[in-house]
Design a protein around this ligand. Structure first.
Ligand SMILES: Cc1cc2nc3c(=O)[nH]c(=O)nc-3n(C[C@H](O)[C@H](O)[C@H](O)COP(=O)(O)OP(=O)(O)OC[C@H]3O[C@@H](n4cnc5c(N)ncnc54)[C@H](O)[C@@H]3O)c2cc1C
Length: 514
């Protein structure tokens, strides 16, 4: 089934919503706040700060709501996999409680917005479950349940759930939700417009000139001078020597909307162990369907072809739900921080008016909304007892979870060096349409893609962010960086940061003539 679909498809969310368009920035301007990034985080922050009376401008590199917010599973929940037992081990009960409450508040905020503004976005309450069908994971589930009890989380330890196969154990978090993320975010966008937020699309921010009044510099050379900069760009384009590349990595997952003989009647689910599978119900034109998500891996680092992940997900769907049809499929990424908590606050201790909001660990519906609420409190100087917990400058202890992270991120150096060494001469003539390969010419590693018409497109594969070597992603037809998750189209244009500059385009014909 997967083979019959085009390799890249829009998500259902993108396919079912029409969004307004906005002009590009063509001159220098001044605002109180410049927000970079038009996803749920940037838009929610813009709506809150404009509501407080700040003049706000929002810059978006592509189109608003074209980032991960348009590619999510859209569970709105404080249940973020098996997490709270680890959180208690790492930070203690009080801090773990704050994390839970911040995400629970975000869920309640979203629901309040839906009610107050009568947003039609399929917002629906649903219990959230983490389940296992393996004896080896029962202990972990029981430990997580103890954490729920310690934190006073409303839920239950269950022996059975409404899945069409048997399980060994599950934990329920009661009264969570799911929604249509773009219908919701579009309403927030309308609110921003109503509050006078100025929005520029096709306007990539590439730097911040740090000062008492910082200036955001765009790719076209224009500047927005302001009092506060908020980087809601999923990954901070301005690092300010906060060393974010050493503290975060990009993780990609695969999603599909399927029709199945055995659907789920209620609840949303995530597996306790690997491979992670996340499942939720979804209705399209009154038809009961399912959204299946899983197959995470570090961006640019899948050993085989990216298509194998869709095939594995399809196989899982067939075996467990008797999937008969795949209606949509897409893939997307999010960032994971050193200690698995988001970084929300000043980019460094010494730059208190330039903020970041990142590291949502694939739970950004609530974490991104919480980031907006927290940044609003920081900028308006209101009390918020999670400032320290989410501060990007927080200290941390080395725990087993953190050791695992360091192991995962340690391969960055390997990709910086060995990507450049693993050169091989490929036969470009043998490429089929839509295939790509890497070759070397004059000691330069060059990526070559053959398009639908058989024309070749070549780029220097050195990532313009920090110099790692990008790899071909045949599912998305993009060049993906294994170090920090930047992605480029076959012509080298930036699809996703942290890179802000395109890959160097190589004139293929000239190169061959040499
Ligand atoms: C497969 C998958 C499933 C997920 N499922 C869930 C879920 O069920 N529940 C949940 O809570 N979370 C989930 N998440 C996570 C959630 O979708 C994200 O954390 C959230 O959407 C991030 O929102 P954002 O606004 O921070 O980023 P985005 O929506 O990515 O928005 C950032 C925007 O910034 C723009 N931008 C980037 N760089 C620049 C620049 N230099 N200049 C200008 N603009 C720039 C981008 O173009 C983009 O539009 C999932 C994530 C993935 C990958």
């Amino acid at each position: 089934m997967v083979d019959k679909l085009p390799p890249t498809s829009k998500s259902y969310w993108q396919d079912s919503v029409s969004l307004p368009t906005y002009p590009s920035l063509l001159q220098d301007e001044k605002f109180d706040v410049c927000i970079v990034g038009g996803g749920i985080t940037g838009l929610t922050t813009a709506s809150l700060l404009s509501q407080e009376g700040f003049s706000v401008c929002l810059l978006e590199a592509n189109s608003v709501l074209s980032g991960t917010t348009s590619l999510t599973t859209a569970k709105v929940t404080a249940q973020h996999g098996l997490f709270y037992a680890d959180l208690i081990d790492q930070f203690g009960v009080e801090q773990a409680k704050k994390y839970y409450q911040a995400n629970d508040n975000a869920l309640n905020f979203i629901e309040k917005m839906v009610q107050e503004h009568e947003i039609t976005c399929q917002f629906q309450h649903e219990d959230a479950y983490i389940y296992t069908d393996s004896d080896q994971e029962i202990e972990k589930i029981e430990k997580e349940w103890e954490a729920y009890e310690q934190l006073g989380i409303n839920g239950e330890l269950c022996d059975s759930v409404s899945l069409p196969f048997s399980i060994k154990k599950a934990i329920k978090m009661s009264d969570q939700a799911h929604f249509h993320p773009l219908e919701y975010s579009k309403a927030i966008l309308k609110l921003c417009e109503k509050n006078g937020v100025t929005i520029y699309e096709k306007t990539r921010a590439i730097n911040v000139e740090y000062n008492k009044h910082p200036a955001v510099i765009t790719e076209s050379g224009h500047r927005i001078t302001c009092q506060y900069v908020v980087q809601a760009s999923q990954y901070p384009f301005y690092d300010g020597l906060g060393y974010y590349p050493t503290r975060m990595y990009a993780s990609r997952s695969y999603a599909m909307i399927v029709k199945a003989d055995k659907t789920i009647e209620q609840g949303m689910y995530v597996t306790a162990g690997n491979p992670v599978r996340s499942i939720r119900p979804i209705k399209i034109n009154d038809e009961k369907l399912m959204l299946l998500v899983g197959e995470s891996h570090k961006t640019g680092q899948s050993n085989d072809t990216m298509m194998k992940h869709f095939k594995a997900l399809e196989q899982y769907g067939k075996e467990n739900f008797s999937v008969t049809n795949i209606l949509y499929r897409w893939s997307a990424q999010d960032y994971i921080s050193l200690d698995q908590l988001p970084y929300v606050g000043p980019v460094t201790k010494h730059q208190q008016n330039v903020f970041v909001a990142t590291g949502f660990k694939k739970w950004g519906m609530t974490n991104g909304t919480n980031a907006a609420l927290l940044l609003n409190d920081i900028i308006t100087e209101q009390a918020n007892d999670t400032k320290e917990l989410f501060s990007p400058s927080r200290s941390f202890q080395i725990t087993p979870t953190l050791e695992k992270f360091i192991t995962v991120n340690a391969d960055v150096a390997k990709h910086l060096a060995s990507g450049k060494l693993k050169w091989g001469k490929n036969d470009i003539d043998a490429l089929a349409n839509h295939e790509a390969c890497v070759t070397t010419i004059d000691l330069k590693r060059i990526g070559v893609y053959k398009d639908a018409e058989g024309d070749l497109h070549a780029v220097d594969t050195t990532c313009t962010h920090l110099g790692c070597e990008v790899n071909w992603n045949n599912a998305e037809r993009s060049w993906d960086c294994p170090c920090h998750g930047s992605r480029f189209d076959y012509n080298g244009n930036v699809l996703q940061g942290p890179a802000v500059k395109p890959l160097e385009k190589i004139d293929w014909k000239k190169t061959l003539e040499k």
